[in-house]
Each structure stands twice: as structure tokens, then as C-alpha cells.
Design a protein around this ligand. Structure first.
Ligand code: PLP
Length: 421
């Protein structure tokens, strides 16, 4: 493959821009819904299967509501994410609350909403009891430590700040059982943006074996395992998506061998993916503002790393399509930059592209997850709008662009009148 597809033509895009100036992220509703349906179908052999969309990946109520309509819940890890879910009507056990270093008020809100509380540490058990009371259902996050290799984004599990050790899990479930907790789940997440299907099968296998060991030792019954998020997407042209059929059939095989044979079925399988749910179906649209030739060639665009941080912070590759020049030779090498006063504010470094000129429209791919969401206001850069390309071709603005008033909203200019130096 030499090019990635975009869900609009250059003419359609120019029409969208007449109403919605660049830069903006635009999400493809049809593709997101088709992908959601296909995930559900792939795991339908497991009766309780459920995906909880990781809200942090793309915290927009329209997308959350679309995914809710497909039976997805939400995976939250902060008070605003819990409140966002509540506003969208995602409550009760449609919420997975997978937080860490958690403040008391977040446990209180998660419990009030009836969400599934996924504890990150054994000391959170008495902390939760003190501040919110123990719920009927509790989940704990396992950190397998040196048992499992991590990957670049999360790092080695034993270095990671997340989760319980194996010994702490036995202790934690014992304490919870003795305090009257009746329903149990088990979670882990040790990789991010992982493209190897076998990795997720192995994760499920580790959790299934633990379910057997803990159930037998403590006489408790697990309702679900949550295999976490972290399924990767092919950002690069030579990468392939994770084959979910391979994940599903591998997990099913281990389920039969480990869970069913030990009489522990039914056990629901939960996932809390963000990236693979919306990532490939979002595009950052930006226009070339200036072309600069010094020691290198720079194409300065009207978006900045406040719209998409991944290239700057992880050196991540995001493919770029130059609209209308799809078939032109990629014979010119550019750094594609934003206007932030940080030299890392680049969407691409030394990228071969068709010769560019001011006014060219660039589509930066795979921005539907951890794109807009990671944005910030450093250097007074304002975050872009988010648009939804509807199934019928209409375009709906689902978040307006920030204005200077938003940037000033936390400042008190009236107070300044009383301030003397
Ligand atoms: C970030 C995160 C996710 C989602 O990760 P993706 O890579 O977007 O799938 C899920 N669960 C937890 C606990 C996370 O921190």
C-alpha cells in the first residue's frame, strides 16, 4: 500500500471547510459503527462480552453515545470522565472505573453511579471502604511483573506504577470476601498500541489461570475478566491491523481449556480499548500556511502539537495525505511543523511528500484516539474543533474550536484592578 484512504474527496473537504475552518479533527461515523459491530460479533461466543470504550482516547459525548447505542460502556479514570458518562446516560455497570492514585471523591462518584470499581492497589481497599463503602462487586488490577514483557508505551510491567502483585491479589480478594463483597472481577493491562494478536491471548490466559487459582483458594466466584485496552492500530503503511478473529479464537480456546474445564464458566470477557475503537477513523485536517527553506525544508501548517501530540512526544508516525496530490511523486522531503515555539512541534520529520505550496490541504491520519484528547494550551495555542462525518454525508460539529475567551476563562481580570505593585 502506498496511500491510506480518506472518506471524502478534495471537493467535499473544501465544502466542509467553507463552514468549518481548518484545523479540525473529523471522525467517520459509518466506519466507527461498522468497526464496533464487527468487534461485538467477533466475541459473541462469550455471552457476557462487553467493550468499555476508554473515554480518555476521545472524550466526546457524541462518540460515546454512538458507541453506547452499540452496547459499549465507558472506561473512566477521572471525575470529569465519570460525569461525562453520566451526562451521556452511561451509568451503573456500563461504567468501568479503572483509575490509579485515586482521590476519594472519584471513588464516591463511581460508587454513586453504580460503576464497576477496578482497584489499582491493595491500600485502596480500606481507602474505598472508608470514603465510599465497599460495593457488592469489586475488580482488581493485576500487574504480572517480570512474568510478562511490556512494550514501549507502557514499559516493563515491573517498572509500571499500575496494579497489584500476585500475592497482593490473593490478600485483596480475601479481605474483600471477608468484608462481605459478593461479586468479583479481575483486570490487567500491560501493553499499549500492541499489534501482536498473540499478546492478548496470552494476557487472557494469565488472567484465566489466576481466576482458577484464586477461586480455588478463596472459594469466590469471578463474574468477569477484563483483558484491558491496548490493541494497536496500523499507523504505518507496512503495518497490519490486529486480526480480532485470531484474538477471539485464541481466547476462546484458553477459555474452554482453563475456565470451562474447571467448572468456572460462565465468565464474561471485558475489554476497555480506546485506540482501536476510534483511532483509525479520525483525521486531522490542516492547511499549509508557509513553506520555508533553510537547512531543511519546512511545511508550516495551521495545526500545532496542541491538536496532536503523539508525533512530538512518542516520535509516532502519522501518515499524511496531501489532498489532490495523491498520485503525485513523493519527491520532496519536509518537516511538517506547527507554530508552537518548541522544536518538537512537528507532525512529520524528513517525510517524503509531493511538492507542497501554501494552501495545500493535508490530512493527518489515525487521529481518532489520543489525538484531540491529549491537547493542551501551552504557548497560547487553542485547540481545534471536532466534526462528525455522518453516515448520510452531513457534517456535524461535535465540539467547537477554543477561543481566546476559553483560554482566559480561569483568569480574573477584574481582580487585577485591586492589585498594586
Ligand atoms: C489508556 C487505557 C486504556 C485504553 O488504551 P488504548 O490503548 O486506547 O486501547 C484502557 N484502560 C486503561 C486502564 C488505560 O489506562
Amino acid at each position: 500500500m502506498t496511500e491510506k484512504q480518506v472518506p471524502f474527496t478534495k471537493n467535499q473537504l473544501e465544502q466542509i471547510i467553507e463552514k468549518h475552518p481548518t484545523p479540525f479533527h473529523i471522525y467517520d461515523e459509518k466506519a466507527i459503527l461498522e468497526n464496533a459491530r464487527s468487534i461485538k460479533k467477533t466475541f459473541s461466543w462469550n455471552e457476557g462480552f462487553k467493550e468499555f470504550f476508554a473515554v480518555k482516547a476521545c472524550p466526546n459525548p457524541y462518540l460515546m453515545k454512538m458507541l453506547k447505542s452499540e452496547g459499549f460502556g465507558s472506561d473512566c479514570s477521572s471525575l470529569p470522565e465519570l460525569l461525562l458518562s453520566e451526562r451521556v446516560g452511561i451509568t451503573g455497570e456500563e461504567i468501568m472505573f479503572s483509575s490509579n492514585d485515586t482521590p476519594a471523591e472519584e471513588f464516591v462518584k463511581a460508587k454513586e453511579l453504580g460503576g464497576i470499581i477496578n482497584l489499582d492497589d491493595i491500600t485502596h481497599l480500606p481507602f474505598l471502604e472508608e470514603h465510599a463503602g465497599l460495593p457488592d462487586l469489586i475488580c482488581m488490577r493485576y500487574n504480572p511483573g517480570p512474568l510478562k514483557d511490556g512494550n514501549v508505551i507502557i514499559g516493563k510491567p515491573e517498572e509500571a506504577k499500575y496494579g497489584f502483585t500476585r500475592e497482593q491479589l490473593f490478600e485483596g480478594y480475601r479481605i474483600a470476601r471477608d468484608k462481605g463483597v459478593k461479586r468479583f472481577g479481575l483486570h490487567t493491562m500491560v501493553a499499549s498500541n500492541e499489534l501482536d494478536a498473540a499478546y492478548f491471548v496470552e494476557t487472557a490466559e494469565i488472567l484465566f489461570n489466576l481466576v482458577v487459582d484464586i477461586s480455588q483458594e478463596l472459594g469466590i466466584r469471578f463474574e468477569f475478566v477484563n483483558i484491558g485496552g491496548g490493541i494497536g492500530i496500523p499507523y504505518k503503511l507496512d503495518q497490519r491491523p490486529v486480526d480480532l478473529n485470531v484474538v477471539s479464537s485464541g481466547v476462546r480456546d484458553r477459555y474452554e481449556k482453563i475456565i470451562a474445564t474447571n467448572g468456572l464458566a460462565p465468565l464474561a470477557i471485558y475489554m476497555e480499548c480506546g485506540r482501536m475503537i476510534t483511532g483509525p477513523f479520525g483525521y486531522l485536517v490542516t492547511r499549509v500556511r508557509h513553506i520555508k527553506n533553510t537547512y531543511k525544508k519546512f511545511a508550516g501548517v495551521d495545526a500545532t502539537m496542541s491538536d496532536l501530540m503523539r508525533p512530538a512526544i512518542y516520535g509516532a508516525y502519522h501518515h499524511i495525505t496531501v489532498m489532490g496530490k495523491e498520485n503525485a511523486p513523493h519527491d520532496t522531503v519536509y518537516d511538517v511543523t506547527g507554530s508552537l515555539c518548541e522544536n518538537i512541534d512537528k507532525f512529520a520529520v524528513a517525510r517524503s511528500l509531493p511538492a507542497l505550496e501554501p494552501g495545500d490541504l493535508l490530512v493527518i491520519h489515525d487521529t481518532g484516539a489520543h489525538g484531540y484528547a491529549m491537547g493542551f494550551n501551552y504557548n497560547g495555542k487553542l485547540r481545534s474543533a471536532e466534526l462528525l462525518l455522518r453516515e448520510n454525508g452531513d457534517v456535524l460539529q461535535i465540539r467547537r474550536a477554543e477561543t481566546v475567551n476559553d483560554y482566559f476563562a480561569t483568569l480574573d481580570f477584574d481582580g487585577l484592578a485591586h492589585f498594586t505593585v
